[in-house]
Design a protein around this ligand. Sequence first.
Ligand SMILES: Nc1ncnc2c1ncn2[C@@H]1O[C@H](COP(=O)(O)OP(=O)(O)O)[C@@H](O)[C@H]1O
Ligand SMILES: [Mg+2]
Length: 265
Amino acid sequence: MADPLIEIKDVHKVYRDSDPPVNALNGVDLSIEKNEFVCVVGPSGCGKTTLLNIIAGLESFDDGRVQMNGEDIIGPGPDRGVIFQQYALFPWMTVQRNIEYGMKFLRHENGAKYSRPEKKELAGYYIKMVNLEGFENAYPKALSGGMKQRVAIARGYAVNPKVLLMDEPFGALDAQTRAQLQEELLLTWEKEQKTCFFITHDVDEAVLLATRVIIMSARPGRIIDEVNIDLPYPRNQATKLVPEFIKHRNYIWDTVYKLYLEVRK
Ligand SMILES: Nc1ncnc2c1ncn2[C@@H]1O[C@H](COP(=O)(O)OP(=O)(O)O)[C@@H](O)[C@H]1O
Ligand SMILES: [Mg+2]
């Protein structure tokens, strides 16, 4: 097997500032190959966001090792694009400018920065990808939740990271908008095969999007199970009626629900 793109080995994380300290991750092992779409599910508070932030380089950890392309992750970098649940757009910038923002870090092979027209052209490509043509000059406050999330997704793609890290990106949206964005994301993944690490509490969403679903136990978080999802593409909402989908969905749902009940005891 090829070297994994991301390798997480025996990672531990305690939040010591809390009283009492919170044992958030307790020995997490995970390898992610290039082009995988990994979805992470698990009970609330099990350490999903902590794990994502560690991969993003936004959070420290205690023991273990976290590597990308064989090198330790020591901070954030343009090889990892992060898409949060709450859009995190700059309100004073237009859609176009928000998407262009991260491009100041982009370089051509000869080291040259991207010119204004090049950035504009690239932003245009991603604006089209997320169906926001005509809204280039709009400000975030004039957009619906779904449109803002599209801008955040376009911004994540536009800096061409090796991996997209998404923390419940559709969690705050209504069901119809979520379904539409799921399908757009599936089409984009089929085309670009960008490696994705995607957190969700929605098991249907995980099975629909993922090539592999990771199940985390209640705090302190560990990976306790994983399921390969070999459903064919193209996938869309109708995929949810396929027996193979229902089988995976029921198994993962039962597993997560048992973990949830253990926490409630
Ligand atoms: N900055 C922090 N300081 C102290 N405790 C934290 C911090 N961030 C998260 N936690 C705690 O760590 C645990 C895991 O949190 P989190 O990674 O956000 O879980 P999840 O995303 O799975 O819901 C929770 O108990 C949470 O309260
Ligand atoms: Mg979270």
